[in-house]
Design a protein around this ligand. Structure first.
Ligand SMILES: [Zn+2]
Length: 113
């Protein structure tokens, strides 16, 4: 499952941060998930709880901030909002839109105890 490996990646980031910054308990993990990242927040939540069980973020809350997608339209030569990957430009209908924002998932913040 895609989300399971993502959750494992998050655990790695959290544990590395705990090591280098010297904390041992994480209360909340704040994630930014781009609308174009094809990450399913609900299944990520489920995997997160499972994967974090034996980590410093065991029982931590998962807060998900959604980042709207954006892309560069070749026809309009400007940045346009994009709701889903491979959607046409909302202004001119062209499919020559290159996704430029909201394509990633990242750990934004860790709230520690
Ligand atoms: Zn356009």
């Amino acid at each position: 499952m895609h989300e399971m490996s993502l959750a494992e990646g998050i655990r790695q980031i959290v544990e590395d941060a705990g090591c280098s910054q010297g904390f041992h308990k994480v209360k909340t993990v704040v994630l930014e998930i781009g609308q174009l990242s094809s990450v399913e927040p609900d299944s990520l939540r489920f995997c997160f709880d499972v994967v974090m069980q034996d980590s410093i973020a065991a029982g931590a809350a998962l807060q998900i901030d959604s980042v709207p997608g954006s892309g560069w339209c070749m026809q309009c030569a400007e940045t346009v909002p994009v709701a889903a990957l491979y959607d046409p430009c909302p202004k001119c209908g062209s499919y020559q839109v290159q996704a430029t924002g909201g394509t990633e998932m990242r750990v934004k913040e860790l709230e520690i105890e």
